[in-house]
Design a protein. Structure first.
Length: 263
């Protein structure tokens, strides 16, 4: 999507995604994908070790993460470095770049559903989402997880928010984590089995955010396994603790005993 590409110059020290266009004996010429400008990677900035063959490190057509060293806007020259980019910086920058590409694809789908041009979708939707959430993809992830309500405060119409949430739910596969723990409950009453079942049902009915899941199953009496999937460990653990609390309180109230042990 053209509108999401940057049109100005990068800043010194910035990490950029670049495509290798041409390799020479003294370096490589690249195109900065997000700025549509050419840059140069000198052989001395390719690796901290001796470089015998540049193609052992970069190849034509390859996308790489580079650090901006110097910018000369008058000469339209950008000097770049590969050796000064750490593995962590490379990994994080590629993730951000991929999220941006996905956001562009999602905005295209959204514009089609709303009968807008891509430029209109960027102006009316993309910019507000970027300003409020830092990036479009983050906003769409939130809409997928929490529904259109999370976007209404941005001044977008209800129709737009609902379409955003709909497309986000269709296209975004939210990363989930799973936590588990063991619940030991027993009841010696004549109808103890039914009371245990009732306690577990109450536990499973604990209200949770959209996209989370609670699973309770028997391991071997009196031990039951609680498994919770959620967007992150903090949320998953909070839900699991609440589920266990409800189960224990319910069985104690019913004349039984209960204790929870984290997995």
């Amino acid at each position: 999507m053209i509108m999401l590409e940057k049109t100005d110059w990068p800043e010194v020290g910035e990490l950029v995604i670049a495509t290798v266009n041409r390799i020479t004996d003294y370096g490589a010429y690249v195109t900065l994908d997000e700025y549509k400008k050419e840059g140069f990677l000198h052989i001395s900035e390719i690796s901290s070790s001796w470089v015998k063959n540049i193609r052992d490190f970069v190849r034509e057509g390859e996308k790489i993460v580079l650090k901006v060293l110097r910018i000369d806007t008058e000469r339209k020259q950008i000097d770049l470095s590969l050796r000064r980019v750490t593995k962590r910086e490379k990994r994080e920058r590629i993730i951000l770049w991929k999220r941006k590409r996905k956001a562009e694809s999602l905005l295209k789908s959204i514009s089609q559903k709303l009968g807008m041009t891509i430029e209109e979708a960027y102006e009316k939707i993309g910019i507000p989402l970027q300003e409020a959430f830092g990036e479009v993809y983050e906003a769409l992830e939130r809409a997928s997880r929490e529904g259109p309500e999370v976007l209404l405060e941005l001044g977008l119409t209800k129709e737009i928010c609902e379409v955003l949430a709909e497309v986000a739910r269709e296209k975004i596969k939210l990363p989930l984590v799973k936590v588990k723990g063991d619940l030991k409950i027993s009841c010696r009453k004549p109808d103890g089995v039914l009371r245990i079942k009732d306690a577990l049902l109450k536990a499973k009915e604990v209200k949770t955010p959209r996209g989370t899941n609670i699973n309770i199953y028997i391991v071997s009496p009196p031990r039951y396994r609680i498994e919770v999937t959620a967007k992150d460990y903090k949320e998953a653990n909070a839900i699991m603790n609440e589920v266990a609390k409800v189960a224990v309180e319910a069985i104690v109230k019913a004349g039984g005993e209960g204790v929870f042990e984290r997995g």
